[in-house]
Design a protein around this ligand. Sequence first.
Ligand code: FES
Ligand code: FES
Length: 162
Amino acid sequence: MSQHEYYSLTVNGEQHPVQDAWIGESLLYVLRERLGLPGSKGACEQGECGSCTVYIDNAAVCSCLVMAATAVGSQIATVEGLNTDGSLTDVQQAFVTEGAVQCGFCTPGLVMAVHHLLDHNDSPNEQEVKEALSGNICRCTGYGRIFAAVESVISVRKSSAS
Ligand code: FES
Ligand code: FES
């Protein structure tokens, strides 16, 4: 590949052409600056904060650490794709209801991390929740409201399944 390439990425089930990109651009940069998907946030850009969390082929990854061109052929999912009809997911609603959003910068990454956890474990214990969210840093909330939001989703999902 030359330094400036054309390729396309599959994001939230749709093909997105990426034109005139430098081949070393991160997936986070391409999503935000080239594809108009600003939901994933860039803070540390070093894989430390989790604010840029997306899924690649159902694995939760820090998009700041992935070169976009290496994701060609993969299924990429961003926070914008969680609910395409504009409504909030149960996790997003619980964050609002439980007061787990202050500045909101960490919220998209945390919401992605919580959905990923609950997609793989519908009944995580407190330790499992803490471990699953340990890669997502929040500077505002002290985490208590975030854990309360997760507990609330678990409990509502359990009661609606029974
Ligand atoms: S911006 Fe990617 S982990 Fe912080
Ligand atoms: S709400 Fe501000 S960083 Fe988490």
